[in-house]
Design a protein around this ligand. Sequence first.
Ligand code: ADP
Ligand code: MG
Length: 240
Amino acid sequence: MIKIEGLHKSFGELEVLKGIDKHVEKGEVVAVIGPSGSGKSTFLRCINKLEEPTKGSILIEGQDIMEKATNINSLRQRVGMVFQHFNLFPHKNVLENLTLAPMKVKKQGKGAMEEKAMSLLERVGLADKAKAYPNQLSGGQKQRIAIARALAMDPHIMLFDEPTSALDPEMVREVLDVMRDLATEGMTMVIVTHEMGFAKNVANRVMFMDQGVVVEDGDPIEIFENAKSQRTKEFLDKVL
Ligand code: ADP
Ligand code: MG
């Protein structure tokens, strides 16, 4: 699904990603963990071309995203992204938030789109909020809507950048539950997270990033209980 080779990214003089070679297979749920500033967000943002890599190649389902001929909109349809701060359209109600983008790019009628949006709202437990506006929702509800909105495009891959970091503790669970369901259904997911319980129990692979490289990559239980690298151990000692 995702094939990353020799990925480098610099901002001016600052080299943030220093050569990443990683493949993600269909159906894998990869948790990316690591200290703040290690390049996790930049890594994720390169995958759907929110950042332009300085060097290296990224293939999504076999297609080179750096190639000029690659259509950015079709890429973004296939790769959904959920951010820490929800980024819902504030002046649109929930249903409109879900149907706006698909109506632009997919050749389907309004009725069909709304039906689909309603079934997605059902799925994240928020069908009763279809007519609500974002400012009438809790943080956890907003994030579940953001996930439903990304799913409305029928993505093949979902990227999450600290989806629960901005939430009050009592709302973290409801968002993680939606993500867990998605993982169970076989969605390919890359999730930057500080939720170590989620990384250990739901992900089937953990990558530990530090200073622009992936230091360790493997089975969650293996990494949490028996990390090979000293840097990983030190990080886990601090956060667990
Ligand atoms: P993480 O998500 O692991 O906290 P980031 O990928 O956000 O790390 O950032 C890695 C480094 O890149 C940080 O030093 C950050 O300040 C820098 N950085 C990120 N985005 C930009 C940008 N657009 N311009 C300049 N520096 C950036
Ligand atoms: Mg980040």
